[in-house]
Design a protein around this ligand. Structure first.
Ligand SMILES: Cc1cc2nc3c(=O)[nH]c(=O)nc-3n(C[C@H](O)[C@H](O)[C@H](O)COP(=O)(O)OP(=O)(O)OC[C@H]3O[C@@H](n4cnc5c(N)ncnc54)[C@H](O)[C@@H]3O)c2cc1C
Length: 485
């Protein structure tokens, strides 16, 4: 039965779902409020500098490959993927750690910092690899409809790992604080504190050290372009600058959306916009989750971002750089426990032009700085400027070079922009965190329980935040739609 399907939003999850639904023969149209597609992964191009505005870490290349394979394609049909070597560099107050592109190099670095730690690292990553296989190839491919989905012979043998945290596991084997921070970093992508994240999620460490960090030549936006092209090849229609302002319902069944000043009829509506916003497009009686429900949830952080053009080549930096030269625990508390602007922030700096010369003019560098912050903070131009100065001073001190006089332009993006540009709940940058109580069937559902033929996808639902989970979310919801219509 071929249906007319309206999709709200054009983030990775919506693009993914649109491809699967079109492949199944449905008539699919995407309605996106912004001028360009890609959601939080939009691109900024200015004066020859190219910036990915959101995601910049390409992890889990197997998931991207599987997505394109589902359509008889390969990633290489659309973009060139390069493995970064080294993967990234971490700056501490008195040293740096460089993460190589293979376990042998990473082990040497661990032994340099804490003699004997490489042996523990190999054991830790071997366990993480098994978890990756279970999580990514089995558990995550289930739609989060029932607690039983989490019960497999493999997870049953690992129940303890759902009740211990990644922090406690790491601290058992590694004493050096720098190594502890290095191993806790990957789970930050899941949006919660490592001390609140089950140790089963160590599969992120395998994604990091085992599978490596990759870069699509031209930047992450190449993935968006690839998926848009694939969607259009499959017959999906895309309308940009078309915000949905209402989801129409009749007799507890959706009949379409309001967009572009008209009622658009559809048999199925799928929203890939932030879940909270999507439900606000419904009359209150059709919403499944109350304001109190959302307010209680642990959200992934928001971010203060700077996109800067630098008119010289930088020294001592890699493509990805983490500045963990201040107190990790205190900054985490300022994000989750007592939401406030951080006193002494950790930050991330991305210079894609270090490895990809297409991203900046000759003898220049494209720079993207990110400070994770609590959601819903007051966001003013003065605060942004204050943090810009803090970050630039620290960057100059740690890398031993001047940068301030070489900045030829700067743009910023913060809480207010996330709300205004993406209808993001409280200005979250990357969705709802994956904690034990916010995993699988405990997350907002892919299917509305109150309105027939209404579905949701994206980083606030199953499986969670990040680009690879968004691709999977689109696949899961399209399978559910196909099963139910
Ligand atoms: C700064 C930042 C850094 C990140 N870094 C990484 C990283 O390095 N690696 C990684 O894997 N992930 C990263 N992430 C997370 C990743 O980008 C997201 O998890 C993913 O892109 C979310 O995709 P989505 O489809 O769920 O939603 P979104 O990308 O939010 O897409 C939702 C879309 O819906 C549109 N929309 C909203 N309301 C309406 C409406 N009423 N009508 C029509 N359209 C509407 C929005 O404009 C948007 O285009 C990062 C995110 C951010 C913000």
């Amino acid at each position: 039965m071929h249906k007319k399907i309206a999709i709200i939003g054009s983030g990775f999850s919506s693009l993914s779902a649109s491809c699967y639904l079109a492949q199944a023969g449905h008539e699919v149209t995407i309605y996106e409020k912004n001028k360009t597609v890609g959601g939080r992964a939009r691109q900024l191009v200015r004066d020859g500098f190219t910036f990915d505005m959101g995601p910049s870490w390409y992890w889990m290349p197997d998931i991207f490959e599987k997505f394109f394979n589902d359509f008889g394609k390969k990633t290489s049909d659309y973009y060139q993927l390069d493995k970064l070597s080294p993967a990234y560099k971490i700056f501490f107050s008195d040293d740096t750690i460089t993460i190589g592109d293979c376990m042998d190099d990473i082990c040497d670095e661990f032994d340099r910092i804490e003699p004997g730690s490489a042996r523990h690292l190999r054991n830790f990553i071997s366990k993480a690899q098994k978890n990756y296989d279970i999580a990514i190839n089995k558990v995550v491919l289930r739609p989060g409809l029932s607690p039983l989905e989490l019960v497999t012979p493999e997870t049953a043998l690992r129940v303890d790992q759902f009740f211990k945290t990644i922090s406690s596991e790491v601290r058992k084997k590694f004493r050096n604080k720098k190594l502890v921070s290095t191993l806790e970093f990957p789970v930050l992508f899941l949006g919660a504190k490592p001390s609140k994240t089950p140790s089963f999620y160590s599969f992120m460490n395998y994604a990091d050290f085992g599978l490596g960090t990759w870069h699509p030549k031209g930047g992450m936006y190449e993935i968006v372009k690839a998926m848009k092209n694939l969607a259009e090849e499959l017959g999906v229609k895309i309308q940009t600058e078309s915000p949905a302002i209402k989801i129409n319902v009749e007799n507890r069944k959706t009949i379409g959306i309001q967009a572009n000043g008209e009622d658009i009829l559809a048999d199925v509506v799928l929203s890939g916009a932030d879940y909270h916003h999507s439900e606000s497009l419904l009359e209150p009686k059709y919403r499944q989750y109350s304001e109190a429900y959302w307010n209680k949830k642990t959200f992934a952080p928001s971010s203060l971002l700077f996109y800067i053009g630098i008119d010289k080549k930088l020294e001592n930096v890699e493509h990805h750089n983490l500045f963990f030269d201040t107190d990790f625990e205190r900054h985490a508390n300022e994000i989750y426990d007592r939401p406030s602007w951080p006193e002494d922030p950790l930050f991330y700096a991305n210079f894609p032009s270090v490895t990809d010369h297409s991203m900046a003019p000759k003898n220049s560098e494209t720079g993207f700085f990110l400070i994770p912050i609590a959601t819903n903070l007051t966001d003013t131009p003065e605060l942004r400027n204050q943090y810009f100065d803090i970050v630039m001073d620290r960057f100059e001190k740690r890398t031993g070079q001047n940068i301030k006089n070489n900045i030829i332009f700067k743009e910023s993006f913060c809480v207010n922009d996330f709300v205004e540009q993406y209808n993001s709940y409280k200005g979250n940058a990357y969705g709802m965190a994956n904690t034990l109580r916010q995993t699988a069937f405990l997350r907002p559902g892919l299917k509305s329980s109150k309105v027939k033929n209404l579905y949701f996808t994206g980083q606030l639902t199953v499986p969670g935040p990040g680009v690879p989970p968004a691709l999977i979310s689109g696949k899961l919801v399209s399978q559910l739609i196909d099963k139910n219509i």
